[in-house]
Design a protein around this ligand. Structure first.
Ligand code: R5P
Length: 295
C-alpha cells in the first residue's frame, strides 16, 4: 500500500503508515498567485492507496486540496483508494434547520465519493447515520473513546461523564463504560440564528464529584462553558473537558477556563494547543476492518 499525506494530515499519515508498515508519500503542493491550490502526486501508488487529509481550518481550502488529490491519485489507477478524513468539516449542518439551507454534509460526502474515493474513514462524525445516508462506498466512523478514557484513567475522583446535549449521550456513555463511571446529559438548546446556547434546568448527582464533559467538537467553547458552570453551580468538585475535534476559535480556551474548567484536552484530528491524544490507533483499527470488507 501507499499512504499519501496532504499537509492537513497533522502527522496522522505518518502514524498510520508506521502502524501498518507502509511507506508514506507527502503530496506536493503550492498556491498560485491568485490563491488557487495546486497538488501533485510525486510517486505512483503500489497496490491500494490511502489518502490522509483532515478538513480543519482553513476548511474550504483543505477540502479543495482533498478533491484535487483524489482526482490525481485515482488517475494513477491504484487498486482501491481509501480516504481518511480525521475531521470532517461541515458535518454539523446535517439537515435543513431553516428553509433554504443546504445539507452541507451531503455535499461534502458526495463530492469525496465523486472525486474517486472507493472507501472512507472519518473520526467521530457529528451524526454517524449521515455516512450511510449520503455515501454508496464502504465507510467507517472511528471512535477514540478508549483513548480519551485512558487519558483520564486514575485521575478523576468519583467521576461522572457528562454529555453537553442529548445527541452526545452515546459518546459519553462509551467513555463512561471504559472508566467504569456514571454518565448523564444536559438538554441544550441553540438559537439557530444567533448561535447562543442555553441549558434546560436539570438537577444532577454531581455533589463533590469530578465531572468529565465529553463532546465531539469544541468551536466557540460556549457549550462546554455552559455545561461546566451548570455542574459547578450544583456542587461538582472539578470539571474537565474532552473533545475529539478542537476546532477552537480565538478565545474559546479562555471562555472555558474562566467558566471553571480545570483542563481541556482533544485529539489530533485538528492541530491545537490541547491536542494531546492521538486517534491513529482508532483509525488503523477502522482501516483494517474496511480492508477486511473490501480487499
Ligand atoms: C453541537 O451539537 C456539537 O456537538 C458541539 O456541541 C458544538 O459544535 C460545540 O460548539 P461550541 O463550542 O461553539 O459551543
Amino acid at each position: 500500500m501507499t499512504v499519501y499525506a496532504l499537509d492537513s494530515s497533522n502527522g496522522l499519515a505518518a502514524r498510520i503508515g508506521r502502524a501498518i508498515g507502509d511507506r508514506v508519500v507527502l503530496l506536493e503542493g503550492k498556491e498560485f498567485p491568485d490563491g488557487e491550490s495546486y497538488v501533485r502526486v510525486p510517486q505512483r501508488p503500489e497496490g491500494p492507496a490511502i489518502l490522509v487529509a483532515s478538513l480543519h481550518p482553513p476548511q474550504d481550502k483543505n477540502f479543495v486540496k482533498l478533491l484535487l488529490a483524489l482526482e490525481a491519485i485515482s488517475a494513477l489507477k491504484p487498486e482501491g483508494l481509501f480516504v481518511v478524513v480525521p475531521y470532517l468539516a461541515y458535518a454539523r449542518q446535517d439537515k435543513r434547520f431553516l428553509e433554504g439551507e443546504p445539507i452541507s454534509v451531503k455535499v461534502i460526502l458526495r463530492s469525496i465519493e465523486a472525486a474517486g474515493a472507493t472507501g472512507l474513514v472519518v473520526v467521530d462524525v457529528h451524526k454517524p447515520s449521515a455516512l450511510s445516508e449520503h455515501l454508496s462506498i464502504p465507510h467507517r466512523n472511528a471512535m477514540p473513546s478508549r483513548e480519551v478514557a485512558e487519558y483520564f484513567k486514575g485521575r478523576l475522583r468519583s467521576p461522572l461523564v457528562l454529555a453537553p446535549d442529548a445527541g452526545a449521550l452515546e459518546r459519553a456513555k462509551i467513555v463512561a463504560e471504559h472508566l467504569s463511571a456514571d454518565y448523564d446529559y444536559l438538554v441544550k438548546e441553540r438559537d439557530r440564528v444567533t448561535g447562543e446556547v442555553r441549558a434546560q434546568p436539570k438537577s444532577m448527582d454531581v455533589q463533590g464529584r469530578d465531572v468529565l464533559i465529553v463532546d465531539d467538537i469544541i468551536s466557540t467553547g460556549g457549550t462546554v462553558a455552559l455545561a461546566a458552570s451548570t455542574v459547578l453551580r450544583q456542587g461538582a468538585s472539578r470539571v474537565f473537558a474532552a473533545c475529539t475535534h478542537a476546532v477552537m476559535v480565538k478565545g474559546a480556551l479562555d471562555l472555558m477556563m474562566s467558566s471553571g474548567v480545570e483542563e481541556v484536552v482533544a485529539t489530533d484530528t485538528v492541530p491545537s494547543p490541547v491536542s494531546r491524544i492521538t486517534v491513529a490507533p482508532a483509525i488503523v483499527e477502522a482501516l483494517k476492518s474496511l480492508f477486511d470488507e473490501v480487499l
